[in-house]
Design a protein. Structure first.
Length: 186
């Protein structure tokens, strides 16, 4: 188990080196996506339409941040992770369509996502639930927000610039290993 500093955009080579148990601190860009953003982006892609941003070079964060607007700028008050299992029905297809290399959430994901992580060369990492203020400290800037009017604040896609975001513990790696599957029987 290693402590690793990563910078977006992430390469498949560096992601492939990550193993279950590694601790990551991420700098660069991530975007938030809960159920409705997953659904919206998949629908757009299937209709041959462009999504308003390219998620491939960012990490995907399962979160619905608490925000406030101050002097025409969005500020993140809290950004704790949401339960990732809710996105299980979307994640395999989402990974295939958008090339995301790192998912951040809480509680883990299922067998279909684990297969997709292996197939696409991506990882799932766990961020501690209840630590939304810690996450907010690492968010340096809201770069943009998409689908806000249509989906509302928690479901919108927030593009965030982060510095040393973490600790993120890799719990499902690109080699098909899963902390959750391994410990199910214990």
């Amino acid at each position: 188990m290693k402590k690793i500093q990563l910078q977006t955009p992430l390469s498949k080579k560096e992601i492939k080196k990550l193993s279950v148990g590694d601790t990551v601190f991420l700098t660069g860009k991530l975007f938030t996506a809960r159920d409705e953003t997953h659904k919206k982006m998949i629908e757009l892609k299937k209709k041959g339409k462009k999504t308003p941003f390219n998620p491939e070079d960012m990490a995907l964060y399962h979160a619905g941040p608490v925000v406030r607007k101050e002097k025409n700028k969005w500020l993140i008050v809290s950004a704790g992770p949401t339960t990732s299992a809710r996105m299980e029905i979307f994640e395999s297809e989402f990974l295939s369509l958008f090339g995301v290399k790192m998912i951040i959430g809480k509680g883990g994901m299922g067998k279909e996502t684990l297969k997709a992580l292996r197939k696409t060369g991506a990882v799932y990492s766990h961020f501690t639930g209840g630590a939304g203020a810690l996450a907010a400290k690492a968010i340096k800037k809201v770069e943009n927000v998409y689908f806000l009017d249509e989906l509302g604040i928690p479901e919108a896609a927030w593009i965030l610039e982060v510095e040393k975001f973490g600790p993120l513990v890799v719990t499902m790696d690109a080699n098909g290993n899963s902390f959750y599957e391994k410990n199910k029987t214990k």
